[in-house]
Design a protein around this ligand. Sequence first.
Ligand code: NI
Length: 178
Amino acid sequence: MILKVARLGHPVIRAQAHPVDPAKIAAPEFQRLIDDMVETMREYSGVGLAAPQVHLSLQIAVLEVDHHPRYPEMPSVPLTCLINPIVTVTDRAPVDEWEGCLSIPEMRGKVPRFRQLRVTALGRHGEPLDFIADEFHARVIQHETDHLKGEVYLDRMPDLKSLSHLLEWQRYALTPGK
Ligand code: NI
């Protein structure tokens, strides 16, 4: 089922999300929620979706990049579900790249993110995950885990001057031939 996406201004987008009780992960309702989040992310061509974006203040995020129309040159990221993620920055070198957000529709902004992270979390069946994410993968995880803290990419922009409406961005910010 495709879920309704909350936009910036809805209080759930600015709330600190609650940890998931690991004992509840196996429940059919919880598994259905993960399926619905994945379906919603794909429907709206997102590379990630956090539970607060579907009006649930829970520490859950899904991500997937597979020859994405918005980021065709970016390396693929397999479908991943992160429950109660903990992120440790392992390389603080800033990398600038454009971001958008399903909760801030039709906008793009240039956001600095850390280059590399270590991520520990529970997977969709409660299995422990522990991995290193680099570059664009690290960016998507920073964007989604910010949502779990009530933060959005605008908060990470040191300079709002790159903030662009999607149509103007396509016209002026994307290099020709891209
Ligand atoms: Ni977002």
